[in-house]
Design a protein around this ligand. Structure first.
Ligand SMILES: [Zn+2]
Ligand SMILES: [Zn+2]
Length: 395
């Protein structure tokens, strides 16, 4: 071990001890968040609990950043050095509570921030815990990017619970479309010739999407549902509405697919005589860019904790995350830690239970440690930050 490595190794031992000591508080908050699910942009209690703990540990906390009441930034700094951000997600799924395990993300990042901030005495820098609301479709991180919160961040890190412990992560670019077909109501038996059927328009569009699926690139996804399909069987449906998601491995191809989807919906409107209104999210989620420098450090730290990650299969079971957008503005890290067996689907009742299980909280502690240790590597050797940034700058 070189002279430079010795203090880092001690530092990591200290981080581990510190997080073990913090565990009861982190777990209590994790359980409170799990038991009191709040959907995107309504996470007031979660923000209250997390920021109270950060304040107790000497962080300067600002709640309501980027004009977003449930976003926060907690900062501790000492002099000039690497600027490291741990991102804390805490929103629940509508109707399913913490079926994505964000209660564990929230507390892991807070624990990592608190433990790493102890190191600032010896290694100058800035540690932040950034509270990022509304990951499940609201794009909280995109607001924070626009609010300038990542301008001085050198590395943004978080973990996500999963069924696999995997260091690299792939996430698809995605955009969200709302559609509405308007036709004309009429007595379905007495005056059908006077009606314009908005359900027919939807069925045509749905079939068009199904056909398009054969001719899209590997990994792209088109899926959605009908929210309003009519009001009564004896009335020609006047209005139908619903939502679709368009996903692809990069934003450019996603935009190409968006144009095809628009064409399909407009063709269905033309064929049936309906009018159609399509509205898209202003801010699509970007694909996620891995950073091999941060990933390698995190992997070493996981192994130090006795955890062996699996070999990743690129794009396998890929979803989407607004962390993708963050990885397009700063070097980012988004590994996963297993909290449930491989056959458990995400966004399910079983995953909700795993997110509140002992295994879940153990993964939260392990993630907090490995994240903080990765931060320690950067604080102790700022040339690693430069390496991560050099990779980030390469197209
Ligand atoms: Zn989710
Ligand atoms: Zn999630």
């Amino acid at each position: 071990m070189s002279v430079a490595q010795a203090p880092v190794s001690q530092l990591k031992d200290g981080i581990s001890t510190r997080i073990d000591a913090l565990r009861p508080e982190l777990e209590r908050i994790g359980r409170d968040i799990h038991a009191n699910p709040e959907i995107g942009y309504e996470e007031r209690q979660a923000v209250g609990w997390l920021t109270a703990l950060l304040r107790e540990h000497g962080f300067e906390v600002e709640v309501g950043v980027a004009n977003t009441p449930t976003a926060f930034v907690a900062t501790r700094r000492n002099g000039t050095g690497p600027s490291i951000a741990f991102l804390s997600e805490y929103d629940a799924l509508r109707g399913l509570g913490h079926g994505c395990g964000h209660n564990l993300i929230a507390t892991a990042s807070v624990g990592a921030g608190i433990a790493l901030a102890d190191a600032l005495d010896r290694f100058p820098g800035r540690i932040q815990v950034i509270g990022t609301p509304a990951e499940e479709g609201g794009g909280g991180k995109i607001r924070l990017i626009r609010g300038g919160l990542f301008q001085e961040v050198d590395a943004a890190m978080m973990f996500h619970p999963d069924t696999r412990t995997q260091v690299l992560h792939w996430a698809l670019a995605v955009t969200h479309m709302h559609f509405e077909f308007i036709g004309r109501a009429a007595h379905a038996s007495g005056d059908p010739e006077k009606g314009i059927n908005a359900l027919d328009a939807f069925v045509l569009a749905y079939n068009g999407i199904s056909m398009l699926r054969q001719h899209i690139k590997e990994g792209a996804r088109l899926h959605g549902f009908l929210k309003e399909g009519g009001t009564a069987p004896n009335i020609v449906p006047e209005r139908t509405s619903g939502e679709f998601l368009v996903r692809a491995r990069d934003e450019a191809y996603m935009q190409e697919l968006v144009q095809k989807v628009k064409n399909i919906f407009q063709a269905a409107a033309l064929a049936t005589g309906c009018s159609v209104k399509l509205t898209f999210d202003e801010d699509p989620y970007s694909d996620l860019r891995n950073n091999s420098v941060l990933a390698a450090l995190f992997e070493d730290n996981l192994r130090r904790l006795g955890i062996d990650p699996v070999e990743p299969v690129p794009w396998e079971n890929a979803g989407s995350t607004d962390m993708g957008n963050v990885t397009h503005v700063v070097p980012g890290l988004h590994p996963t830690l297993a909290i449930a067996p491989a056959d458990v689907p995400g966004h399910s009742q079983a995953f909700l239970e795993a997110s509140g299980s002992l295994r879940g909280y153990q993964a939260m502690v392990d993630a907090a440690k490995a994240l903080a240790m990765t931060g320690a590597d950067l604080l102790a050797d700022p040339s690693l930050v430069e390496k991560a940034k050099a990779e980030f700058r390469r197209p």
